[in-house]
Design a protein around this ligand. Sequence first.
Ligand code: EPU
Length: 336
Amino acid sequence: MKLSENKSLKTYNTFGIAVNASRFMLAETFFDLQTIIKNKKNLFILGGGSNMLLTKDVEQTVLHIATKGIKIINEDEDFAYVEVAAGEVWHEFVLWTIDHDFGGIENLALIPGSVGACPIQNIGAYGVEVKDTIATVKTLNIETGEEAIFDNAACQFGYRDSIFKNDLKGKVIITAVIFKLTKKKHQLKTAYGAIANELRIKAIDEPTIRDVAQAVIAIRSAKLPDPKEIGNSGSFFKNPVVDKVLFETLINDFTDMPHYVLEENKIKIPAAWLIESCGFKGQKYKDGTGVHHKQALVLINYDNATGEAILALANKIQAAVKEKFDIALQIEVNIF
Ligand code: EPU
């Protein structure tokens, strides 16, 4: 366990926002986590800092979870159950599964963040959501210090959503995630346009999970900014779902509007298209903020922007989308 005071959080959040924490504790073991929880109230939990916009200094004690460990806890002919400590880097774990030929999360390569954060917003990309491979989630209750295990159903997963973002927000710490991964008969998801295209270009007819991961890495690297180079938090907004009545009015006026019918009365519209249509894509502003030139859903800290400036830009985008399309965009990242 390490304790520091007045620490800059700039390198602990992928937006690269330079706010300070009055106290900062690093937990490297499960025992560290237990001890810190027992002795401290009012903690600010920080994992990989990849889905968070910090708009002010943090007066609470920041607990940075840096626990490590990946182990196979059970396996049979078809499946491997792998327990991963919350502080492991998500992408490194994905690469570990590829090296072991364990299938299920290859489409989720290169998503920034930690393993402990992945269930909170049920990370997803290219037709796969992490909920499809999560067996259980291990937690510690912040108030009582009690351990609890949530099975998949208890996590109440939804699109970029779970119980950890709702009823249990600020109440538990995720300490480990147990994944159920395929050892054979991998269920490859390659139908998503960009993946299919990438495999076609490489003339791969019968892809392995490594081929799929490599395709995803190529697509993401070409389209999404690397947070190590340019501060960002991936998709800033959720893709909105509208009802049929609104959809029909919109498609009348905007005949080229992309959309996916989820069920009879629910239609998903890409937020990126709405934002681009309002003219924000590729913009760079004097306050250091901007909107990525290849994916309008990604807000950027180009040059020492403050969290407040990024939030102000987000609000401006929400107002423009509301005005033009009568759709209220919901922010996906956590704002502090
Ligand atoms: N589009 C535009 N302008 C753009 C980008 C996209 O009009 O600048 C339109 C296009 O019609 C495109 C459609 O939006 O076909 C969908 O774009 P894309 O495939 O890039 O996916 P997305 O819906 O914008 C979601 C996730 C991403 C994930 C991709 C790929 C959300 C909020 N975002 O984006 O997740 O990588 O699908 O599966 O669901 C993240 O959450 O941080 C993230 C990057």
